[in-house]
Design a protein around this ligand. Sequence first.
Ligand code: ARG
Length: 467
Amino acid sequence: MATLWGGRFEGETDALVWAFNQSLPFDRRLWRADIRGSIAHARMLARQGIIAPEEGEALVGGLQSLEADLASGAATLPEEAEDIHSAIEAMLRERVGTVAGKLHTARSRNDQVATDVRLWLKDESAALREELARLRALLVEMAEANIDLVLPGRTHHQHAQPIRLAHHLLAYFWMLSRDDGRFADAARRADALPLGAGALAGTPFPIDREFVAAELGFSSLCENSLDAVADRDFAIEFCAAAALLMQHLSRLAEEIVLWSAPEFGFVELADAVTTGSSIMPQKKNPDVAELIRGKTGRVYGDLFTLLTLLKGLVLAYNKDMQEDKEPLFDACDTARTCVSLMTRLLAGAKFRPDVMRAALRGDFSTATDLADALASGAGVPFREAHEVVGRLVRECLLQGTILENLTLDDLRRHDARFPENALAAITPEASADARGSRGGTGREAIFEQIVRARSVLEGAAAAVPPP
Ligand code: ARG
């Protein structure tokens, strides 16, 4: 295989070394970005008079036909090429002849690869954000559709206070919205053009970096040529955002696994997103949720691979950096697939209001409301009210009874100051609705939250560039 650096060498490269050094098997997916970058570069070279106008036309025409043929499948990448940059250049040479050799004027693979990865990542992060916007919109829709479902809210995994299902779903909406913000933020910093940095020191040719940036849709330029070719912080930021996103999805996935288990039975998952067992005929397994939970580990791994890869590397480019691609691609693919599958999983989920409601019966999760009734209705200091209700709960447990069975007389035997309406306050619905503070689980507060969520969603959707 012809290399881009043969001149200095006399002997052949060892076959194992060739394979070890080769990145085409994984960087091939950068082909579109590589061609785009080269077209912009060729245009700039001609515009600046660095190459002749007809040479520029030949290069751009050749690259455009190559792009069309690769897209249609009429052309395929030469498998033996060292990397995507050599592959594209070799294919261009076949089409346009020796003028292909002029494309690399004022450019190095170091600034070329940094440009390719940023271009690729900008598109991928826009696509991921669109997928994420669909999941966020679904959570809001589901919250609205299930506004009257209550279930036990938990702390320490024990029943704590009744909450609306909508509240639970919206909690994930806000987490995922912050993830969206982190991707937007990372994309903003990836949006600077490295091309023009050359191998590391810049170039003596009179290039026009602003023109190339405008052609490629970069809103700024990397200001230091060493930094431009040596850092991959934009890739790390993306992976960090992906790791957090996966953490959020993983928590939701765990809840789906639990909620679909018979002891909970809060949700029934659709056949299309579950699988069976080869031995136990009764099984319907939440594999998709489990896999989302499991794949979180690999995205954390991707982030750690990148952090470790760059640690202690001297400036500027080092071949170690070729290893940045697989983890970045993997984090991107995994996060996007998991978001899309979580959307499917939730879209087909059937909640069971009766089972959720039954889980609240006799669980003492409205004991706080009894204490609140004493505190707000009779002016009893909350600490004292808490003590009174604590004793009451203990007695119920000793007698094998539940709050729902108590009469006002029972309450007043513990404390004569219980107000008339104390029992009315302890239904799960009344308990949830009492929490009407902003961000709380009361019906009206949830509606307000839905309105806020929708306006965030609309703002965020507008910020997503078209694919
Ligand atoms: N395949 C290489 C990479 O991904 C391209 C840059 C090669 N640069 C070099 N100086 N060998 O990092």
